[in-house]
Design a protein around this ligand. Structure first.
Ligand code: KIV
Length: 285
């Protein structure tokens, strides 16, 4: 029997020292294939704004768009632990907005957890969500939604001061009720300290091998993106080249008239053959 992976299963996996795999993915068809490959978790990341829509940051992702694609991913992957990314300004504008928007991911999108990029300013919102019964994944380390303020995104936890701040923030998030942490672009040793210290599953994205789970963006795994891959990411196939080669073959066959052939065409029913031949003859006269 297929059963849905829940945060409780991931807590058990962590206790048993078993790693879990997650991907960021944004559509029904890909979610179906990714689930068949055995991932335990899918994040519908706001990186969709870059990967699907071609923006140069995650900021233009909207609530309606994210809820729509989250529901599509859930239809494709009914049994994974589904996490929805709260887009820019969906939780920074007040507790009521944050709760309403997080709730939409659960009720309309079918997500089990919501992820938000956090600093000290988000302790209250994480607590409010947790008090409302919403499972929160607190995203610390590199926070792509701060690109406007920071100007560029860089590794976190690579100084003693930054490491100490990160441990404090991780503690504060767990204390506020976060049921999972996501560490993006964090120095390996510090990620290890965080993962050992907190009692919740820690997902690493470019934060070394000592986190409980790992996440990569599906387009990077498949080699579909043109963008320069971050140091931590890994391409498992040249999907972009394979896709362009396949479509180029199709284009050539259309141009040459080789496609579609008779095998890829519909035909008048056999039982209609005599009538049809007679009728066609009349049409030609
Ligand atoms: O938006 C996203 O896909 C993410 C992952 C890269 C962690 O936040």
């Amino acid at each position: 029997m297929n059963t849905r992976v829940t945060i409780a299963d991931l807590v058990d996996a962590r206790r048993a020292g078993k790693k879990f795999a997650a991907v960021s993915c944004y559509d029904y068809t890909t979610a179906r294939l990714v689930a068949a490959a055995g991932v335990e978790m899918i994040l519908v990341g706001d990186s969709a704004a870059e990967i699907l829509l071609g923006h140069d940051s995650t900021l233009p992702a909207t609530m309606d768009f994210m809820v729509t694609i989250t529901a599509a991913v859930r239809r494709g992957a009914p049994n994974v632990c589904l996490v929805a990314d709260m887009p820019f300004l969906s939780y920074q504008t007040g507790l009521k907005d944050a709760l309403t928007n997080a709730g939409r991911f659960l009720t309309e999108g079918g997500a089990q957890l919501v992820k938000l990029e956090v600093g000290e300013a988000q302790i209250e919102v994480v607590k409010a969500m947790s008090d409302a019964g919403i499972g929160v994944m607190a995203h610390i380390g590199i926070k792509p939604q701060t690109i406007g303020k920071m100007g560029r995104l860089r590794v976190d936890g690579d100084t003693t001061e930054a490491a100490a701040m990160m441990l404090d923030l991780a503690d504060a998030m767990v204390e506020a009720g976060a049921v999972s942490l996501l560490l993006e672009g964090t120095a390996r040793d510090v990620a290890k300290m965080v993962a050992r210290r907190v009692p919740v599953p820690v997902v690493g994205c470019g934060s070394g091998p000592d986190c409980d789970g790992q996440i990569l963006v599906i387009a990077d795994i498949l080699g579909l993106t043109q963008r320069e891959m971050p140091k931590f990411s890994k391409k498992y196939m040249e999907g972009g080249k394979a896709m362009t080669a396949a479509v180029a073959k199709y284009v050539a066959q259309v141009h040459s008239g080789k496609f579609p052939d008779d095998k890829h065409s519909y035909h008048v029913r056999k039982s209609e053959a005599a009538d049809f031949t007679k009728w066609r003859k009349q049409q030609a006269e």
